[in-house]
Design a protein around this ligand. Structure first.
Ligand SMILES: NC(=O)C1=CN([C@@H]2O[C@H](COP(=O)(O)OP(=O)(O)OC[C@H]3O[C@@H](n4cnc5c(N)ncnc54)[C@H](OP(=O)(O)O)[C@@H]3O)[C@@H](O)[C@H]2O)C=CC1
Ligand SMILES: CC(=O)[C@@H](O)[C@H](O)COP(=O)(O)O
Ligand SMILES: [Mn+2]
Length: 391
């Protein structure tokens, strides 16, 4: 029986994870659930899944969580604070950690799970963008099992040869091709993007996701973050990672081999496939996802991304090639800019402007330890916040 801690249980990935777990009570038990501050949603999940532990990151919500759990007649232990998340990830309460907190806030608990040698289902792409080297080293040094959950990386993982050695180049692999839906604004010019609203940006054509990743998909920064994620997961250089727009989101990514073969993983756009794969690996189990009807689909389309209308993609390549702390800076500035956009304080086109200026301002920054990375993240947020005020 796998004992699974779901970090970010109240989110979109959390819901999909708990759906798969509930389909297999013989194989999995959700022993711990976490949220940021949504106590009512977390307690409702506890009523349904009966975990041993529930954690809210926001320490001021501790009493509310404790009282609500008791009020619901549950024996689930209430915990709170960011330290409680780190402690849980490394503890005996779980052997499997689903890292589904959004943003760099998920990094400390994700790294703690790797350091404790857990099976780590990584949805929280910002953690590996911010701390790729540290995370991959921690996985290798502590015998952790890193299962990529991001749909593209899960697809690549399924298409790569041999045992999974993260960060190691694979002989015979020539190129990794990430597919991108193109987001809700595919086909628009820059001028047509100037006035788009947060709700329009969050209306993803194929996936129902949290608002931060939805905006990232709309700017193509999601694909940029995924390029950096692929570099760390699969040991591929920037020149060996390509992006192709595929609006149907049926081909989840491809691996090109030296002999001209391309292997792809296909499926309906439903994260339960990747989550079931990661939970049961190397077995295959029912995820509740319908098989593809290829004849009904009839066609699959591919096109090059519009790099001029969506400059965030190339900003991510720039950060990857620059190395050092550039990806940490890019991610932090992006979190600040996306949050400002969602609050109506920054226009859609301003997101890329802030990112480029933050990369310029902190060019050459380096950070190797967790503390140094968190300090650089904080500095980049400070710089990006200043840039919001002087566009
Ligand atoms: N959704 C998807 O299909 C996919 C998501 N991902 C990645 O997975 C991660 C989660 O995405 P998604 O589920 O869409 O996001 P959601 O916004 O739906 O959920 C985010 C979760 O993180 C919690 N959270 C937010 N801030 C903090 C914090 N500071 N400390 C601790 N917990 C926090 C939220 O708690 P609360 O509810 O209390 O606010 C919630 O449980 C992201 O990194 C995303 O890029 C990757 C591929 C696909
Ligand atoms: C489901 C998933 O993995 C998302 O990251 C998805 O890829 C977003 O779609 P885009 O291809 O539009 O970024
Ligand atoms: Mn993805």
């Amino acid at each position: 029986m796998r004992r699974v801690a779901v970090f970010g249980a109240t989110g979109s990935i959390g819901a999909s994870t708990l759906d798969v777990i509930a389909r297999h009570p013989d194989r999995f038990r959700a022993t711990a659930l976490t949220a940021n501050d949504k106590v009512d949603e977390l307690v409702a999940l506890c009523v349904r899944h009966r975990p041993d532990i529930a954690v809210v990151a926001d320490a001021s919500r501790y009493a509310a969580l404790r009282d609500a759990l008791a009020g619901a007649g549950l024996h689930t232990e209430a915990r709170a604070g960011s330290e409680a998340l780190v402690e849980l990830a490394g503890s005996d309460a779980c052997d499997t950690v689903v890292a589904a907190i959004v943003g760099a806030a998920g990094l400390p608990s994700t790294l703690a799970a790797a350091r404790a040698g857990k099976r780590l289902l990584l949805a929280n792409k910002e953690a590996i963008v911010v701390a790729g080297a540290l995370l991959v080293e921690a996985v290798a040094a502590n015998g952790a099992e890193l299962l990529p959950i991001d749909s593209e990386h899960n697809a690549i993982f399924q298409c790569l040869p041999g045992p999974a050695i993260h960060g190691a180049a694979r002989p015979g692999v020539r190129r990794i091709v990430l597919t991108a839906s193109g987001g809700p604004f595919r086909g628009r010019t820059r001028a047509q993007l100037a006035e788009v609203s947060p709700d329009e940006a969050c209306a993803h054509p194929k996936w129902r996701m949290g608002r931060k990743i939805s905006v990232d998909s709309a700017t193509l920064m999601n694909k940029g973050l995924e390029v950096i994620e692929a570099h760390w997961l699969f040991g591929a250089a920037a020149d060996a990672i390509d992006v192709v727009v595929h609006p149907q989101s049926i081909v989840h990514s491809l691996v090109e081999y030296a002999d001209g073969s391309m292997l792809a993983q296909l499926g309906n756009p439903d994260m339960r496939t990747a989550l079931a794969y990661g939970l049961a690996w190397p077995d295959r189990i029912d995820a509740g996802v319908a098989p593809l009807d290829l004849a009904a689909l009839a066609r699959l389309d591919f096109e090059a991304p519009d790099r001029a209308a969506f400059p965030c993609l190339d900003l991510a390549y720039r950060a990857l090639r620059e190395g050092g702390g550039a990806a940490t800076v890019l991610n932090a500035a992006n979190e600040v800019a996306v949050s400002a956009f969602l609050q109506g304080r920054l226009g859609f086109l301003g997101i890329a402007t802030v990112l480029a200026a933050a990369l310029d301002a902190l060019h050459g920054a380096r950070a190797d330890s967790l503390d140094a990375l968190l300090a650089l993240d904080a500095e980049a947020r400070r710089v990006a916040t200043t840039l919001l005020r002087s566009p």
